[in-house]
Design a protein around this ligand. Sequence first.
Ligand SMILES: *Cc1c(COP(=O)(O)O)cnc(C)c1O
Length: 223
Amino acid sequence: MSLYENLMKVKKKIDQSTAKSGRDPDSVVLIAVTKEADMDSIRQILEFGIKNLAENYAQKLVRKSEQFTNAIWHFIGRIQTNKLKYIVPRCEYIHSVWREEELKEINKIAERFQKIQKILIEVNVSGEPTKAGVDPIKLEKLLKAASSLSAVQIVGLMTMAPYVENPQEVRWIFSKLRQLRDIYRKDFPSLEHLSMGMSNDFEVALEEGATMIRIGRAIFKGE
Ligand SMILES: *Cc1c(COP(=O)(O)O)cnc(C)c1O
């Protein structure tokens, strides 16, 4: 299958899943995860009208964002504090922040670049000890800490569900993230986005209210 057909298939699923929950498909941000894509495929995907791209390593982000300066870049990988100076100036959104030290460092760098860095807090909903993300019971404390920093804005929550054959098994994770957003949005009104859903589970995530989905394989490999 061609890249175009892969993309159309993903878009059709977005239409179907948002229709189920009565939402406008255009309200969903489709982020193409380019970590395993070559430059030519990325060029094509931009020509097909995709504007949002994501990387999970700082080095690859630097290289690809230099090639594709018109894209809106997202960082979705584990944060290494010493790499933030490369990430902050290039990314509109950073999805994978969950430690207070990271917030402080981002704030410092964002001030230097005179920008307000948009951030999503990664939440470890499933509670697996090896997984990144803040424990839900510590989320409020982190949101409070962020609200005292003037160059960062928390625009949402992000989570990664474990890989399972049947995505229905991880529906509860997406539902829980939405509940957390709804609870804390009362005190932190900028908390808008839910970044959840990857190639194997984005339809379920959309049914549970995802506003940003991060898709790699389904677009670039047709899986
Ligand atoms: C790789 C990756 C994705 C995309 O996963 P696919 O299964 O290729 O769709 C999404 N989010 C994060 C954090 C990733 O590292």
